[in-house]
Design a protein around this ligand. Structure first.
Ligand SMILES: [Zn+2]
Length: 184
């Protein structure tokens, strides 16, 4: 008798589930957000205005971004601006102009905030409080992002580990059945 045995059937293991990917009949990956077609190996949607993550797992930035309110979005923008050289250039230009105006070197507004520039100090104190607040909000968000990413990494690790264990068991079962078949 020369029949080919299906080891999976023989040892009573259910056949491996066909996951979307190499074995799937589809030739394109559909984006759940915009419905656009993407190559099967795409990680992000090719549509530039969409750019949704196409993975099996939740995408951290996407999930956290959806939960943000307007204040947190504003805080992000402020934190981004503060961390750029524009911020320093803007302040140097502002101070220079302020001093030149109040010393009467330029313009008609001479002396609206005489030395030692109390009004400027007052504005700067308020600005410092606001910027600090926004930075702290943005930092909280960064912390939340790191936490979420760690959680996601952990989830992927656990899933991979379980998958590996399952594969190992199936391999063991296969080799056991094979040695049984080959036994004279
Ligand atoms: Zn899309």
């Amino acid at each position: 008798m020369n029949t080919t045995l299906n080891p999976a059937q023989e040892i009573g293991v259910e056949s491996l589930p066909v996951t979307a990917g190499a074995n799937a009949p589809e030739s394109a990956l559909l984006c759940p957000a915009c419905g656009g077609e993407n190559p099967l190996d795409a990680v992000f949607c090719g549509n530039p205005s969409c750019h949704k993550a196409l993975g099996e797992f939740r995408y951290v930035l996407e999930e956290i971004g959806a939960q943000k309110n307007w204040l947190e979005r504003l805080a992000d923008r402020v934190a981004l601006f503060v961390s750029k050289p524009h911020f320093i250039i803007f302040h140097v230009a502002w101070f220079t102009l302020w001093i030149m105006l109040n010393q009467g070197w330029i313009g008609p507004l001479a002396g609206f905030d005489d030395y030692p520039y109390d009004l400027l100090s007052f504005i700067l104190a308020i600005e410092a409080i606001l910027v600090t607040g926004f930075l702290l909000i943005s930092q909280n968000y960064q912390y939340e992002y790191s936490e979420k990413r760690a959680e996601l990494d952990y989830e992927i690790n656990i899933r991979s580990y379980r998958k590996l264990l399952e594969l190992e068991k199936r391999l063991d079962a296969l080799s056991a059945s094979e040695s049984r078949v080959n036994r004279p």
